[in-house]
Design a protein around this ligand. Structure first.
Ligand code: FES
Ligand code: FES
Length: 166
């Protein structure tokens, strides 16, 4: 029987206590143990960014982390953004500006962009290009993604002006 360690992690605001194998990747834990399959896995070695989640508010490649490293920390996945009934403005913007083509890179793209937009209310296209550069889109439609992020910035600051929490 393989050795396991106990972890206590908060994911999308919900606390989980689990016994896991020390080498279990965080991306696999999210997908297979918690069923949060919105976190996609592409390269599994830190290059493509599709597995990006927020770790205590900062984007990380979940395929490069072992699950026990998340013990005592807060993770946010794309499922924590909005709901089908009420999309987050970032999701609305990707939808309206056609930022998702096949959609494979989209969750990681959004999780990379979210903290950036929370800090930058009115980013330039150059700044947006820089922030999405770490996430590979194999559909190669970056212009729509840049349009979507610009639109999301507008939506998020408009939401703040009317007092919505984003
Ligand atoms: S799957 Fe993690 S960076 Fe590609
Ligand atoms: S939308 Fe297809 S990989 Fe980016």
């Amino acid at each position: 029987m393989s050795q396991t360690v106990s972890i206590n992690v908060t994911v999308n605001g919900k606390r989980y206590e689990r016994q896991v194998e020390p080498r279990l990747l965080l991306s696999d834990f999210l997908r297979y143990e918690l069923g949060l399959t919105g976190t996609h896995v592409g390269c599994e070695h830190g290059v493509c960014g599709t597995c990006t989640v927020l770790f205590d508010g900062q984007p990380v490649r979940s395929c490069l982390m072992f699950t026990p490293q998340a013990n005592g920390h807060e993770i946010m996945t794309v499922e924590g953004l909005g709901t089908i009934e009420k999309l987050h403005p970032l999701q609305e913007a990707f939808w309206e500006a056609h930022g998702a083509q096949c959609g494979f890179c989209t969750p990681g793209m959004m999780m990379s962009v979210l903290p950036f937009l929370q800090e930058n209310k009115n980013p330039t296209d150059e700044e947006i290009r820089e922030v999405v550069a770490g996430n590979l889109c194999r559909c190669t439609g970056y212009q729509h993604i840049i349009d979507a992020v610009r639109l999301a910035a507008q939506k998020m600051s408009a939401g703040e002006q009317v007092g919505e929490r984003r």
